[in-house]
Design a protein around this ligand. Structure first.
Ligand code: EPU
Length: 341
């Protein structure tokens, strides 16, 4: 396996945004599809436990990883199709998502400006269906290119075949097939059509006092994110730690009677989405810490590494939060971050 990067006992501090000082037994990074296939066909590799990571912005390592961490270095942005109205781009999984947002805006291609400032790489973005401020990546994904880890065959999944839902796709779920994503294809519009329905976004954008353009939307969203989310340079974190739970209308009505101020969003089919941040704040965790693990003081959904936390410290705090929320609201919070180990 020459030409690719292979490291032993490799520190993962720069590959997990919680900045946990864990190591992996092996770290292998490949540059192209041929190299990936060589790895998947390798006898030693096939016998080892392995997992694939992206930028590590949604991972919680509980221990050192005693196997192989695979990482894609497949880069490149190509034009698959261009019409008068839209473009379809093919993007390597290792491209940094926010750099694609910047590139798209500079070329006059719209639809992802609300997804500004989200850390991580494009492959992982499509796998976990990143979302923010009323837009999800599934709204623009046309197809995802992936290799079946077992048969080594390449598949091109249409948007529908990706089985997208809230922060989820078939690629996150081993039961719908173990795949390695190499490229994503997204379709962007040449006509701006700002999506301003989320919270007070419209008000914030209008307050800029200039024409509403997708670039103004990006700048506003970057400001809003800075106001609420911890700066990774200051505190290791993985954005929202839990998903926002969906509960039944009946459950919601009962909670509303006891807590008239409970915020909510419709979630289709008689379901109601309740912000996990609010539930956690109500339980008194906002701004609190347990040792080196903390709950961010401006957004209770973000757990932070105060400096020297271990993955276990963060997991213990998360467990206490889950029990408190379950005890008080009868709601089980599900982590959005993936636990490793
Ligand atoms: N809230 C509180 N206290 C808090 C935090 C939130 O009461 O400490 C309540 C407020 O009522 C607020 C509402 O929760 O109006 C929603 O808060 P916010 O707009 O910050 O959004 P969120 O539901 O906490 C979700 C996503 C974020 C995304 C934002 C904006 C999830 C799990 N999180 O957070 O995504 O940026 O909306 O669209 O869906 C991520 O996935 O890592 C992430 C940061």
């Amino acid at each position: 396996m020459t030409g690719m990067r292979i490291e032993e006992h490799f520190p993962l501090e720069n590959y997990n945004t919680f900045r946990l000082p864990v190591k992996t037994r092996w770290f292998i990074e490949y540059d192209n599809e041929e190299e990936l296939l060589r790895i998947l066909h390798d006898e030693y590799f096939m016998e080892c436990a392995y997992m694939h990571i992206g930028g590590g912005s949604n991972l919680l390592f509980l221990n050192d990883y005693n196997g192989i961490i695979l990482h894609s270095a497949i880069k490149g942005v190509g034009m698959v199709e261009e019409t008068g109205a839209a473009v379809t781009l093919r993007i390597g999984a290792a491209e940094i998502w926010d750099e694609i947002v910047v590139l798209a805006l500079s070329r006059g291609w719209y639809g992802i400006e609300n997804l500004s400032g989200i850390p991580g790489e494009c492959g992982a973005a499509a796998i976990q269906n990143i979302g923010a401020y009323g837009v999800e990546i599934k709204d623009v994904v046309e197809a995802v290119e992936a290799y079946d880890r077992n048969s080594c065959e390449k598949h091109i999944f249409s948007n529908k075949d990706c089985l997208y839902s809230y922060r989820h796709s078939r690629f996150k779920d081993e039961s719908t097939g173990p795949y390695i994503v190499t490229h994503i294809r997204i379709r962007l519009s040449k006509t701006p059509s700002p999506a301003l329905g989320y919270g007070n976004l419209e008000e914030r954008v209008s307050a800029c006092g200039i024409e509403i353009t997708p670039s103004v939307v990006r700048e506003t969203i970057l400001t809003m994110r800075r106001e609420k989310l911890p700066d990774p340079a200051q505190y290791g974190n993985a954005g929202s730690f839990f998903m926002n739970p969906v509960i039944t209308m009946r459950h919601f009505e009962a909670l509303k009677a006891a807590y008239p101020g409970i915020p909510s969003f419709p979630a289709g089919d008689n379901g109601v989405k309740v912000p996990a941040g609010w539930l956690i704040e109500q339980c008194g965790f906002k701004g609190k810490s347990q040792g080196e693990a903390g709950v961010y003081h401006k957004q209770a959904l973000a757990l932070i590494n105060l400096g020297n936390a271990s993955g276990q410290d963060i997991a213990l705090l998360a467990e206490d939060i889950r029990s408190a929320v379950a005890g008080r609201f009868h709601i089980t919070l599900m982590p959005e971050v993936k636990y490793i180990g």
